[in-house]
Design a protein around this ligand. Structure first.
Ligand code: 3H9
Length: 725
């Protein structure tokens, strides 16, 4: 007995059980057709006198990934989820959810409407709607607190985190966990409870258990959520919805849930976060300007990898590789550094293992002072000091030592990957793998290809990144690649704003209110002012060009601010020296405090250069810093360094703290309106003609001239534009 055309298949099994299987690969999302299928099949099962119980499961060992996110931007049709789930809960025959794979969002809400839940031990459950700018609006915010209590529900719903089947059992979300086929177990179980009263199994009828410190709890959570949400509205709405569950009867709570959802659903934030969801997946479908792309480029297997240089980055990369299950040879020529690194890496692995309740993978790593130890590895990641001469020497050694075909990767953050490749006999085997600190924690990986990198090398690095749990983005080779290249105009504008009258506090506040976890100056203090100083020195920007009689504020024909250099000359390198753009209690301390010295220094600096300070507001800070950054993003697209706007946005959201609820810089430009971004850049360019970064990019002009198409249509315009350049 099977209904073939439907996206929910109905079969009668074990004589008396109606088995409903969701069929919408790959994640059995609850599209209109699936919802219709469930409604029809539940009705069929309930009206069939032979059927004693019902089991709901998903095809291919995957219960359900929730509502179909692709439908959100469309005119939604089909039966709504809430009455569908209510009807299941109200059924007079036991309905059991057999959860394999994932039960997420609407998928878990469907399961919560069932009378029993049986999960496979490898299943994962959660209500991740908040990450999409939404809340669980198919009863999730009302049923979960009734089932597991307010604190646990608040935690799951406001973070969107997934839990394992074992954790779900402990919380009381599922009734049973099995290592066997969950559908078979659920079928047998459903028969065992057939005919029993279901009164105690309908979660919507439960009283929500109220914690004694109710008000304090909500106040505390709301405060925490507001702080970490940085302007995102969904986490706040999640708390409000759970509060409704705790204070109102079910039907009233449901009304509140729907009301809050309606506000979120139509907000730009939800659109931005859903765009991020798809962008994160789209970057895996990489393509190179040569035409090589992900579907046709087969990665090579990597079983054994090496890391060269065990400074901060090398240590993090070693940890990330070992946690992926690879054998790692970690090489550091300096004995003291090697001993310290060994200890640090073991510590990181032990802490990580403890957090995940697993055994640390210390024995996967062998340490050596001798580069010969890497002869047999499949892939090397070089992470020595950021110096071209040193990296060139290392690459020449690597080429001599490694077995033929070994992939040679560099973790440079800005140096020329192609130049390094040209120093090896096999440039096709060379790619950049630009990790972000701390490398075992940060999700982003830029995979940098040069004109001679083989598609197979890119595919291998991309696949390794994925295995390491990174969001990997393939980008072309240029100064700073994508992320750091766009950072340059952003930093430059921040310096200029100080010259013109702003303070680090004002600039940081504007950026933090926008949603960055840290403003540009607090961030610089954290990463170290000396890093940029070293780069500027290498670029011969630091010394004023006295011979040509040029101003100390002009370099290579453009406006230049020496403010950062002047701070470094004073030994103010940021947190590590206890002084930077802010002051700290002691070197290494993290709490930034305003520094009167810095303010006097700025006053003197402006006076020395005849700069008359003016009042600068948050709007100008945002426009100058962000639009300059976005403008560079358009140049990157024009140059073909990033294949599409999604690549840039994913890099900024996962690597640079761009607030996810604003979708990434290129998405944000579309939200603001490309014409407005262009108009403001033109305005600032007129005011600051000596700043090339403010000159609007021709691709931006073209997009505006073409009527500012939506972001998913930019690629067509970019292609045309590039062919005419
Ligand atoms: C919700 O439920 C709202 C309700 O509370 C109330 C409504 C009234 N819809 O991630 P993958 C696609 S909101 C549409 O690479 P994995 C995905 O784009 C929803 N498509 O696989 C990709 O497509 P492509 C709450 C979806 O194995 C493909 O499936 N649910 C959906 O690494 C494979 O995805 C969530 O937030 C969807 N719901 O991970 C869960 N889900 O191949 C979102 C996936 O074209 N999903 N796709 O790029 C996930 O977290 C992961 O996909 C999952 C599988 C863990 C399920």
């Amino acid at each position: 007995m099977c209904d073939k055309g439907s996206m929910a298949q109905y079969t009668r099994v074990s004589g008396f059980v109606g088995l409903i299987t969701l069929q919408n690969p790959p994640v059995n999302a609850l599209s209109a057709a699936v919802r219709q299928g469930i409604v029809d099949m539940v009705e069929r099962a309930l009206s069939d006198p032979i059927v004693k119980s019902v089991v709901i499961c998903g095809q291919n060992g995957n219960f359900c990934g929730g509502a179909d996110i692709k439908e959100f931007g469309t005119n939604m049709s089909g039966p709504p989820l809430v009455p569908m789930i209510d009807a299941i809960e109200a059924a007079n025959k036991p309905v059991v959810a057999a959860i394999e794979g994932s039960a997420l969002g609407g998928g878990l809400e469907l399961a919560l409407g069932c009378h029993y839940r049986i999960a496979h031990s490898k299943a994962r459950l959660g209500l991740p709607e908040v990450t999409l700018g939404l809340l669980p609006a198919a009863g999730g915010t009302q049923r979960l607190p009734r089932l597991v209590g307010v604190p646990a529900a608040l935690n799951l719903i406001t973070t969107g985190r997934h839990v394992t089947a074992a954790q779900a059992l402990q919380l009381g979300i599922v009734d049973q966990v099995t290592d066997h086929n969950a559908v078979d177990v659920a079928v047998t179980f459903s028969l065992s409870v057939a005919g029993q009263s279901l009164d105690a199994r309908r979660i919507s009828t439960y009283l929500c258990p109220l914690p004694s410190d109710f008000d304090a709890l909500f106040e505390g959570v709301m405060q925490k959520v507001r702080q970490s949400a940085r302007g995102a509205i969904a986490p706040v709405a999640c708390v409000q919805a759970v509060r409704a569950a705790a204070t109102l009867p079910y039907t009233k709570g449901m009304e509140r849930e729907q009301e809050l959802m309606a506000t979120l659903f139509t907000s730009g934030q939800a659109r931005a976060q859903q765009y991020c969801f798809f962008a994160q997946r789209a970057v895996g479908r990489w393509r190179m300007p040569s035409g090589a792309r992900w579907e046709t480029s087969k990665p090579r297997p990597v079983h054994k990898a090496a890391v060269i240089g065990l400074g901060t980055m090398g240590r993090g990369i070693t940890v990330a590789l070992a946690q992926t299950g690879l054998s790692v040879v970690a090489v550091e020529t300096q004995e003291k550094q090697l001993m310290e690194a060994k200890q640090a890496v073991s510590g990181m692995l032990e802490r990580g293992a403890k957090r995940h309740g697993v055994v640390p993978t210390l024995d996967r790593i062998s340490y050596s002072q001798n580069i010969q130890a890497i002869a047999e590895v499949d892939l090397v990641i070089e992470a020595v000091f950021e110096d071209m001469a040193l990296k060139t020497e290392v690459f020449q050694q690597l080429s001599a030592v490694c077995k033929p075909g070994t992939l040679l990767c560099t973790n440079t953050s800005a140096l020329d990957v192609d130049k390094l490749a040209s120093e090896t006999p096999n440039p096709e085997l060379v790619v950049g793998m630009h990790f972000f600190a701390p490398a075992h924690v940060m999700k982003l990986l830029e995979v940098v290809y040069g004109p001679r990198s083989s598609p197979q090398a890119v595919a291998t690095a991309m696949q390794l990144g994925k295995k390491m749990g990174k969001v990997s983005v393939a980008v072309g080779n240029c100064r700073g690649f994508v992320g750091n290249r766009m950072l340059m105009p952003y930093l430059q504008q921040a310096f200029f704003l100080l010259e013109e009258g702003a303070t680090p506090e004002l600039v940081d506040q504007a950026l933090e209110e926008f949603g960055f976890p840290m403003g540009v100056f607090r961030m610089s203090d954290l990463s170290g002012l000396d890093i940029g100083w070293r780069v500027r020195k290498r670029d011969e920007l630091v010394e004023p060009d006295m011979a040509s009689g040029k101003s100390a504020r002009i370099r290579q024909g453009s406006r230049y601010s020496p403010l950062g250099d002047l701070l470094c000359e004073q030994g103010r390198f940021g947190q590590k020296t206890g002084r930077g753009w802010y002051q700290y209690d002691k070197p290494g301390s993290r709490v930034a405090r305003s520094d009167p010295w810095l303010h006097s220094f700025l006053v003197e600096y402006r006076a020395r250069h005849g700069l008359v300070p003016r009042s600068i507001d948050h709007q100008e800070v945002l426009e100058r810093c962000l639009y300059a950054l976005i403008n560079e993003g358009f140049r990157i697209l024009e140059d073909g360094i990033a294949a599409g706007p999604e690549d840039i946005d994913v890099i900024y959201v996962f690597g640079y703290g761009w607030p996810r609820h604003r979708g990434g810089p290129m998405f944000y430009a579309g939200m603001v309106g490309l014409a407005k971004v262009l108009e403001r850049l033109e305005h600032y360019q007129q005011a600051h003609p000596d700043v090339p970064y403010l000159q609007p990019c021709s691709l931006l002009r073209r997009l505006v001239a073409g009527g500012s198409p939506p972001i998913h249509r930019w690629r067509e315009v970019i292609k045309k534009h590039q062919s005419q350049l």
